[in-house]
Write a protein that binds this ligand. Structure first.
Ligand SMILES: [Zn+2]
Length: 292
């Protein structure tokens, strides 16, 4: 579990032990690391809880796939509404109604409350009421930067796990790695065939976050390509030479198509949609544009 996530060993061991011994609490708090890592860790644990195979999570059964695509009927992801700054009591009341129902396909209903610190106090108090009448088929996973931002009464009724500090050194190393990978892939796209390109994406297979970061680093380079094609020289990326080569290899129309494709891929990677599908699309969409 959690192989593809940069979480600390202690967290991994604690969760795996509790899970394997069937001692997982019905209310868990995941704190620390980054929002993305916390959410991915919650999704990964949900996969393990709902997986139908022996070695959980198998990552390939229909249940694991549905969780990965956030389409499992027993997985409920609660986020702050876009038009509000808080998760309010109405949302928690809806959760309560859903928690009373038995799961559809799995043995548990899982509620991930993403960035639970955004629940206002009355929402947290409503949640407490659900905690006080625990249903054996319900698991709550609350993610937050620090549990200290939650009410003490909520913390005392849940089991907290720390995913570790968000290391700035690791972050800058990763950012550099993502930058270089983005440049490497675009150079391969210019010079090589689809198979060679795909081989270069192999290290992104196991690392969801790296794929997203690489796509985000590609965006300014491809933008610069479009800039060159429009006759301007006002570049923003760290790899203007690659952008120049790209601008000469593609027509202006294809340059724009490539830019749009990268934006769409970032979107699907951010929504935590099917990781392998996003990766496959990266090659196929790119080379569709090239060979059009
Ligand atoms: Zn599975």
């Amino acid at each position: 579990m959690f192989e593809s996530l940069s979480v600390n060993e202690g967290f991994r061991n604690q969760i795996e032990t509790a899970f394997n011994k069937g001692r997982l609490s019905h209310a868990l708090i995941f704190e620390g690391a980054s929002e993305e890592i916390r959410l991915n860790a919650a999704i990964e644990l949900s996969k393990a809880i709902l997986c139908k195979e022996k070695l959980k999570p198998c990552g390939i059964c229909s249940s694991c796939n549905k969780v990965e695509n956030l389409g499992h009927p027993d997985l409920h992801l609660i986020k702050k509404p876009a038009d509000s700054t808080m998760i309010k009591v109405d949302t928690v009341r809806e959760i309560r109604n859903k928690a009373l129902l038995f799961p559809n396909e799995g043995s548990k209903s899982i509620f991930i409350i993403n960035e639970a610190q955004l629940m206002n106090p009355s929402a947290q108090n409503a949640l407490l009421k659900i905690f006080e009448e625990p249903q054996s088929h319900v698991v709550f996973i609350l993610t937050c930067p620090s549990k200290s931002s939650l009410l003490d009464t909520v913390i005392s009724r849940a089991t907290s796990y720390s995913l570790g500090e968000e290391s700035t050194k690791d972050n800058s190393e990763r950012a550099q790695k993502a930058k270089e990978k983005a440049n490497e892939l675009l150079l391969s796209f210019i010079k090589e065939n689809e198979l060679s390109f795909m081989k270069k994406t192999a290290d992104l297979q196991k690392d969801k976050q790296l794929l997203l970061e690489v796509l985000k680093q590609m965006s300014p380079i491809v933008r610069d390509c479009v800039v060159f094609q429009s006759g301007s020289k006002e570049t923003v990326s760290d790899y203007p030479e690659t952008a120049k080569k790209l601008s000469l290899a593609l027509t202006a129309k294809k340059g724009i198509m490539l830019f749009e494709t990268v934006s769409h891929l970032i979107d699907s990677a951010e929504k935590s949609a099917n990781h392998n599908l996003t990766l496959t699309r990266l090659s196929s969409k790119f080379y569709d544009i090239k060979t059009q």
